[in-house]
Design a protein around this ligand. Structure first.
Ligand code: PEP
Ligand code: MG
Length: 589
């Protein structure tokens, strides 16, 4: 996919997939990831001493943590096991062990986390090969000591991107949602990634925060070194490395025009999303973070159709948010949206959105594993404080709650049982709450789509999550760039599932909406509205564009388009049918 567009000394243009719009101009910070959340940063000469100091502090606090655990263990299970921790504390304090790590930080100019990880790996391999059983067992101690050090380092404050002057573009292979969240709040203006997809969660976060991002830039890490100047154009999916002065000037001009276009879109805030023949379409916002509420208001959302509450857990990790913190969050969202409705989704952790500290252990197929409602049923103690907060906050606004990854009616029954328990608890404690909170479920697994009629009979609302529905229906990992071209929202199988859901839910007194990224795709608006989906939830910035599209449609005439799409045998034919019947307006900037 890479193309080198100019022969000028060092300027190189790469093409990827733009997943979040706008222009970012900054200096590259290249991040190599080692899985498990440990990233490798190359340090500048002047950063080394600070890094040594960070490591020294982490060593002290890791020893303190270990001693605390040792005392606790001594009390609970006796001194034998506590002796193991004693050996680990001694290893941690051992001068030559610490010396190897600091030598690595200094010698290779890398961050302390990386030095710890690599040192533990290397020593661990040597221990594992040792003849003596005693030494082989020390290998386990080493792994544990490494974990203590890493978590202490994370407490000592991450390598500070803000120490780098000016705007930063993160260049990495892939980002976890928690990385995206952390970086997005520093002086980062954009992301250029080798892997990732249009609907991966890191993408959703940066889109929500309106930071330009491009994925699918295979090999970009090899073409760059830290602090190289670069431009990314999220709208066109273009990256320019070492831009020439005239190229930079052109991009600056484009950035201004994009801002002007956005400001003009904002003007449509008060215009209703009504078709030519008077059918009102509700356009709601998808939110992940509290700071995104401002954009929901700025772009005229009719409410919040999906609040992905799991990001609150990722934000607070390794702590689990308390009931009070959940309560404050929901009340703030409700009050800033009032009187419009807000749908909070119960945490959808697991799969790729794994806060390691909450859920240790590996799964071979996490996306088919303990995720969404399955996880909260296996660990109701994680969900309970959130549910208590929802029932309490419901007195303060128009709240609905929605469960993710439902596959069967039994899950809903079980969930209601849990809710009844929570409500009974609040009642007996005399805590102010509202028991009749509207309850809904995501339809994001083909199984749920095929029993949508049964779900509709039991629930107040349903919302189609196409990001996962497409992934599971087409067996295409939504995060895997190698199969990105197979991730096709217009695949006839997807359209048939949507049609079936709409038909089966109709007349059941259950509200139906769509909150996957498909809801924001203006190519598909005529199909969705024509099908009868008149409640669409999307990232706030997409609302004006979808609204403009809706205002140009006439529902009475959409029946033919829908029928034509449903008879197509390929995704491409569906796209062409839609493009021919409802050409897309050109985006100018
Ligand atoms: C979906 O799957 O479409 C959805 C909205 O949920 P998420 O993107 O958080 O998985
Ligand atoms: Mg989903």
């Amino acid at each position: 996919r890479r193309q080198v567009s100019t022969s000028h000394r060092a300027m190189v243009t790469l093409a990827g997939t733009g997943v979040s719009g706008g222009i970012a101009i900054g200096r590259a910070v290249c991040i190599a990831d080692a899985g498990d959340d440990v990233l490798r940063f190359q340090l500048a000469d002047e950063e080394i001493e600070t890094e040594m100091e960070r490591f020294a502090q982490a060593q002290v606090s890791a020893v303190a943590e270990l001693r605390k655990a040792q005392a606790e263990m001594g009390r609970v299970v006796g001194t034998d096991l506590a002796g193991i921790l004693e050996a680990q504390a001694m290893l941690l304090e051992d001068r030559s062990f610490g010396g190897r790590i600091t030598a690595r930080i200094r010698g290779r100019q890398v961050n302390a986390e990386w030095a710890v990880l690599k040192e533990c790996e290397e020593l661990g391999e040597r221990f594992a090969e040792a003849e003596s059983e005693y030494l082989r067992e020390r290998g386990e101690d080493l792994a544990s000591v490494g974990r203590y050090l890493l978590s202490a380092l994370q407490g000592v404050s991450h390598h500070e991107l803000s120490e780098i002057e000016g705007d930063v573009v993160i260049v990495a292979r892939e980002l976890t949602p928690s990385d995206a969240l952390r970086f997005a709040r520093e002086n980062v203006v954009g992301f250029a990634l080798e892997a990732g997809g249009e609907t991966s969660h890191a993408t959703i976060i940066v889109r929500g925060l309106n930071l330009p991002a491009i994925v699918g830039l295979d090999g970009i890490l090899e073409l760059l070194t830290d602090r190289d100047p670069m431009v990314i154009d999220g709208e066109r999916g273009e990256v320019v490395l070492h831009p020439r002065a005239d190229t930079l000037a052109a991009y600056r001009g484009r950035a201004v025009r994009i801002e002007e276009r956005e400001a003009a879109l904002e003007e449509t805030r008060l215009v209703p999303a009504t078709t030519i023949d008077g059918v009102a379409v509700e356009l709601l916002a998808n939110l992940e973070l509290l700071e995104e509420v401002a954009d929901a208001n700025r772009f005229g959302a009719d409410g919040v159709g999906l609040y992905r509450s799991e990001f609150f857990f990722i934000e607070k990790s390794p702590e689990i948010p308390t009931e009070e913190e959940h309560y404050q969050l929901v009340v703030q969202v409700l009050e800033s949206m009032a009187p419009r409705p807000v749908v909070m989704r119960t945490l959808d952790l697991g799969g790729r959105k794994l806060a390691q500290a909450l859920l240790p252990g590996e799964e071979e197929n996490p996306v088919l594993g303990l995720r969404g409602i399955r996880l909260t049923q296996a660990h109701p103690e994680i969900l309970r404080p959130q549910l208590r907060a929802f029932f309490r906050a419901a007195t303060r606004g128009n709240l609905g709650m929605m469960v993710p990854l439902v596959t069967s009616i039994e899950e809903i029954h079980e969930f209601r049982r849990l809710c009844r328990g929570v409500v009974a608890e609040l009642e007996s404690e005399g805590v102010e709450h509202r028991a009749d909170v509207r309850l809904g479920a995501m339809i994001e697994v083909p199984a749920a789509a095929l029993v949508a009629d049964h779900l509709a009979a039991e629930l107040d609302f349903l919302s189609i999550g196409t990001n996962d529905l497409i992934q599971y229906a087409l067996a295409v990992d939504r995060n895997n760039e190698r199969v990105a071209t197979l991730y096709q929202p217009t695949h006839p199988a997807v359209l048939r599932l949507l049609q079936r859901i709409v038909e089966d839910v109709k007349g059941k007194g259950c509200e139906l909406s769509m909150c996957g990224e498909m809801a924001a795709d203006t190519l598909l608006t005529p199909f969705l509205v024509g099908l009868g989906l008149h409640r669409l939830s999307m990232s706030s910035r997409s609302i004006p564009l979808v609204k403009e599209r809706v205002r140009g449609l006439s529902v009475a005439e959409l029946g033919t388009t829908v029928e034509a799409c449903l008879t197509c045998s390929t995704a491409e034919a569906v796209r062409n049918t839609l493009l021919a019947a409802h050409p897309l307006p050109e985006l100018r900037a």
